[in-house]
Design a protein around this ligand. Structure first.
Ligand SMILES: Cc1cc2nc3c(=O)[nH]c(=O)nc-3n(C[C@H](O)[C@H](O)[C@H](O)COP(=O)(O)O)c2cc1C
Length: 407
């Protein structure tokens, strides 16, 4: 099954069932354009034989004041189109489809970038040190942000991306609107699930209108936030049904946010034991989803063995297997895995630095991208957690200062 093509309703064919899930690169300079490091990183992955059927870029931001990282790529206008075109050409050179993930970080924008981020409501992240108290977007600003998503999507297509994925998972702006914890609005953008989902649905509509019917349009959605009183599995099933009606081509399922990072750590209290044992974190949910919608699915998180991927694909639990970290621990992962040379991807057991759980995990992988793979080097698997935390703090601070100076 892994080697089988997947046909999407937009008319696009994905050459095999292995998808590289989005991983933020954090290697752009203060101009926020793709550079030689992006080219090196994606060339490394594109050179795999076979190459992954689909590669989704790290999040490309729709607004330079709302970044997930100071090293993010931002696409707001046509000024650096040639750079983006070079990037997509390299990524597609091995036969992979290359899609852009587009995002707005909302309240998950660090103080280094924006002291007063925006969100659905004025609810601050628990990690108060790093993240400022957000202010609620006005209705006019919501409309402008929807326009931004649509503009970035159009520019992505002009740049050569063959699809666009709207990021509505992991606690970023669209996910903040979906969750009753972060969305306490009384207007038509808050309250009922229909209202909380309005921002996402209108964004999807606006993007489709800009990119047309033959470009793949995908959404990344949480199966749940794994927080009491947050966006839960019932909500997610209903939103998935709404998205099906919008005619999206692919739905990617993940879960969690910065306060409950189950997409990365798989240790959220609410992730069921049975799910943990089952390798892919969100596969139980995928089975429920299958009963509700016909939209092709990409399940991401925890897939490591060929046998489990084959099982999930042949059982029809998912149409694409979404994988992230194994692409960083072995740059030749896709070729080895698809050809059968590698039966299982093994990731190093990381001992999180005390108090820095997410940061040591995130920092460890960020290091492999920025210091190793994007410079043509092999990953450094012996990197310790403390070093990883120091790396990410230093890297982000340096990039944020450059971002501030560039204005
Ligand atoms: C270094 C790194 C960066 C990530 N950046 C993004 C991102 O930009 N957008 C996104 O949707 N998910 C991002 N993720 C989450 C992955 O797409 C994926 O959901 C998660 O790593 C689980 O898959 P895995 O178990 O195969 O790694 C990132 C993960 C890692 C490790």
């Amino acid at each position: 099954m892994l080697e089988q093509e997947l046909h999407l309703s937009c008319g696009q064919t994905i050459p095999n069932r292995l998808a590289k899930a989005a991983m933020t690169e954090r290697i752009a300079g203060a101009d926020h354009n793709p550079n030689r490091y992006h080219l090196e990183l994606y060339r490394t992955w594109a050179q795999n034989r076979p190459a992954p059927g689909l590669m989704i870029s790290g999040n490309i931001m729709v607004d330079r004041n709302s970044l997930e990282s100071a090293g993010n790529v931002v696409l707001e206008d046509e000024r650096a189109m040639d750079r983006f075109q070079e990037w997509t050409a390299v990524a597609k050179s091995g036969g992979s489809r290359f899609w852009a993930q587009i995002n707005h970080s909302g309240r998950q924008t660090s103080r280094l970038i924006n002291m007063r981020p925006v969100s659905a409501s004025s609810v601050q992240l628990h990690e108060k040190g790093l993240y400022g108290k957000p202010r609620a977007l006005t209705e006019k600003e919501i409309r402008e942000t929807i326009r931004r998503f649509a503009t970035t999507a159009r520019l992505c297509v002009e740049a050569g991306f063959e699809g666009v994925q709207v990021h509505a998972a992991h606690g970023y702006l669209l996910s903040q609107f979906l969750s009753p914890i972060t969305n306490g609005r009384q207007d038509e953008w808050g309250g009922s699930l229909e209202n909380r989902a309005r921002f996402l649905l209108e964004t999807v509509r606006a993007v489709r209108q800009e990119v047309g019917p033959s470009v793949a349009l995908a959404v990344k959605l949480n199966s749940a936030d794994f927080q009491k009183g947050g966006f839960d599995q019932e909500d997610s099933l209903s939103v998935a049904a709404m998205l099906e009606k919008e005619g999206i081509d692919l739905l990617e399922i993940s879960g969690g946010n910065y306060e409950s990072p189950s997409f990365l750590l798989n240790d959220a209290e609410n992730v069921r034991e049975s799910t943990k044992r089952r390798e892919a974190y969100f596969i139980d949910f995928a089975r429920q989803l299958r009963k509700r919608i016909k939209t092709p699915l990409m399940i991401t998180g925890g897939f490591r063995s060929r046998s489990f991927c084959e099982e999930a694909l042949s059982a029809g639990d998912t149409d694409l297997v979404g994988v992230a970290r194994p692409f960083l621990t072995d740059p030749e992962f896709a070729g080895k895995f698809l050809s059968g040379e590698m039966q299982e991807a093994r990731l190093p057991e990381l001992k999180p630095a005390p108090m820095f759980g997410l940061m040591s995990e995130g920092g460890w992988y960020a290091y492999q991208i920025s210091r190793r793979l994007s410079r043509g080097k092999q990953p450094k698997l012996s990197l310790g957690a403390f070093h990883a935390v120091m790396h990410i703090l230093w890297h982000e601070t340096k990039k944020a200062v450059a971002h501030r100076i560039a204005g």
